[in-house]
Write a protein that binds this ligand. Structure first.
Ligand code: ADP
Ligand code: MG
Length: 422
C-alpha cells in the first residue's frame, strides 16, 4: 500500500495537518473496495483529489474516470447526461445517446456537488447504486452497469434532508464511508506552508523573484478566515506575485488582497443557501433576458406612441408609469431624454439617421431581428414559465414574495399566472 506521503507527492497535495493525513489514509484504505464514498468539506478545500486517488488506487484504474459537476448541469438535461436517452425521447433528441453511467462501465464516476441533484434524478441514482440498474430517458429497457461512485458536497446534507431536498436513503447509500476535508482555517500549520509553495510556483511561472511575507503579514495570514479555503489562498498568492513590485509583503499590503479582513471575529456563516437566491446561473441569465425583453416591449410601445402623437411631453405625461418602470426611480426622464428618443425612433424627422441607412437596410435589419425573436420566444416562454413556477413553489404560492424575487410587480405576476394558466 502506498504511503500517505507518496500519495501526496503523486497528487500534488501540500500539507501535514493530521486531519488531512487521516483523510488521505481513509481514501487509500477504501480505494480497493467498491464502497461508495462521500467527500465533504467547504468549497476550495481540495475535495477533487480524493476521488482521483480512490480511482487510481483501485482495480478500476484502467477504466474510465468521469467527473460530473451536478450543480452545473441544468435540471432538464441531467437525467439524459447521466443515464442517456433514446432517439425521440424529447425535442432535439435526434439520436440515441449513452449517458455517463453507461460510458463509465467498469470505472468510477465522481459526482461533485451531489447535493444539487434534482429529486427525480436522486431516485434514478439510488437504483443504480442499489443494483446497478438504470433506464435511458424515453426507454423502458433496463440496462446494467458496474460503476463506482464517489460523491462530494459542500452543503450540509442533514439540513438538505430536513428540507426534503435530498433523499435520506440516498444519503446513507452514498456515504457508506465519509471523508471529511477540514477548512483551511482549521489547519493553521498548513496555511503558511501552502502560501510559500504557491508563491514559489508563481515566481517560476511568471519568472519573477519569489514574494516573501513579513512576520506581521504571516500573522494576518493565519488569523484570516479563508472562506474560499485553498482556492482563495492560491488566488491571493498569484495576485500578489504578479502585482507587487516590492517582493517583501507587509501586513497592510496583504490586507488589501483580503476581502473583509477586518472581520476576523468568529463570523456567523450562513451555510445554507438562501431560499430565494437564483443559485442556478442559467436562471439569472433568463431573468436578465426577460427583464430586457420586457423593457424592450415597453420601449416599443413608447416609441409607437411617440411616432403616432409627435408630442413628446404629452406622451410623457400619459405614460408616466411606463417611463418610471423603464428608467426607474433614480433616473427620472427629462424632456430632453424623451426628445432624444423621438429623434432616434422617427428617422423621417432626422436627416442624419436617414442618410446613414437606406430603407432597404432598415427592412433587412428588422427581418433579421424578427427571425431571431421567433426562435427565442418559444423557449423563453417555457423558461419564464418555469421561473415563475419555481418562485411560486419556493414561496408556497405567496404571490407577493414571488413577485419581489422575480423583480416584477404583483399585478404583472398575476397577469402572467393567468396568461400561463398556472
Ligand atoms: N492540499 C493541497 N495542496 C495543494 N493544492 C491544493 C490542495 N488542496 C486544494 N488545492 C488546490 O486548491 C484548488 C481547489 O481545490 P478543489 O479540489 O477544486 O476544491 P473543492 O473541490 O473542495 O472546492 C485547486 O486548484 C487545488 O489544486
Ligand atoms: Mg470542487
Amino acid at each position: 500500500m502506498e504511503s500517505v506521503q507518496a500519495i501526496k507527492q503523486r497528487f500534488g497535495i501540500i500539507g501535514n495537518d493530521p486531519s488531512l493525513n487521516r483523510a488521505i489514509e481513509k481514501a487509500i484504505q477504501v480505494a480497493p473496495t467498491d464502497i461508495s464514498v462521500l467527500v465533504t468539506g467547504e468549497s476550495g478545500v481540495g475535495k477533487e483529489s480524493i476521488p482521483k486517488i480512490i480511482h487510481q488506487l483501485s482495480h478500476r484504474k484502467h477504466g474510465k474516470y468521469i467527473a460530473v459537476n451536478c450543480g452545473a448541469i441544468p435540471e432538464g438535461t441531467i437525467d439524459s447526461e447521466l443515464f442517456g436517452h433514446e432517439k425521440g425521447a424529447f425535442t432535439g433528441a435526434t439520436q440515441t445517446r449513452s449517458g455517463y453511467f453507461e460510458v463509465a462501465d467498469g470505472g468510477t464516476i465522481f459526482l461533485d456537488e451531489v447535493g444539487e441533484l434534482p429529486l427525480t434524478t436522486q431516485v434514478r441514482l439510488l437504483r443504480v447504486l442499489e443494483n446497478g440498474e438504470f433506464i435511458k430517458v424515453g426507454s423502458s429497457k433496463v440496462q446494467k452497469t458496474n460503476v463506482r461512485i464517489v460523491a462530494a458536497t459542500n452543503v450540509n446534507m442533514f439540513e438538505a434532508i430536513k428540507k426534503e431536498k435530498f433523499r435520506e436513503d440516498l444519503y446513507y447509500r452514498l456515504s457508506t464511508v465519509e471523508i471529511h476535508l477540514p477548512a483551511l482555517r482549521e489547519r493553521k500549520d498548513d496555511i503558511h506552508l501552502l502560501f510559500r509553495k504557491f508563491a514559489s510556483d508563481f515566481a517560476l511561472k511568471y519568472k519573477m523573484p519569489t514574494i516573501k511575507l513579513s512576520d506581521d503579514a504571516v500573522n494576518l495570514l493565519l488569523k484570516y478566515r479563508w472562506s474560499g479555503n485553498i482556492r482563495q489562498l492560491r488566488n491571493v498568492a498569484e495576485q500578489i506575485s504578479v502585482l507587487e513590485q516590492n517582493r517583501i509583503i507587509s501586513a497592510s499590503t496583504l490586507q488589501s488582497y483580503l476581502p473583509n479582513s477586518g472581520s476576523n471575529l468568529p463570523a456567523v456563516i450562513n451555510n445554507s443557501k438562501s431560499e430565494s437566491d437564483f443559485s442556478n446561473e442559467r436562471e439569472i441569465l433568463y431573468k436578465v433576458l426577460f427583464d430586457m425583453k420586457s423593457d424592450l416591449n415597453d420601449l416599443k410601445k413608447l416609441t409607437m406612441e411617440l411616432m403616432k402623437s409627435g408630442n413628446a411631453s404629452e406622451v410623457q405625461k400619459q405614460n408616466e408609469g411606463l417611463i418610471q418602470k423603464i428608467y426607474g426611480d433614480d433616473n427620472s426622464v427629462t424632456e430632453d431624454d424623451v426628445e432624444e428618443l423621438e429623434v432616434l425612433s422617427i428617422p423621417e424627422k432626422s436627416s442624419e439617421i436617414q442618410h446613414s441607412s437606406t430603407p432597404e437596410d432598415t427592412q433587412d435589419k428588422y427581418h433579421f431581428a424578427e427571425e431571431i425573436e421567433e426562435e427565442e420566444t418559444l423557449s423563453l416562454h417555457d423558461k419564464e414559465l418555469e421561473l415563475i413556477k419555481k418562485s411560486l413553489e419556493r414561496h408556497n404560492g405567496k404571490r407577493k414574495l414571488a413577485a419581489q424575487e422575480l423583480g416584477i410587480s404583483e399585478r404583472t405576476l398575476y397577469r402572467k399566472i393567468k396568461q400561463f394558466d398556472l
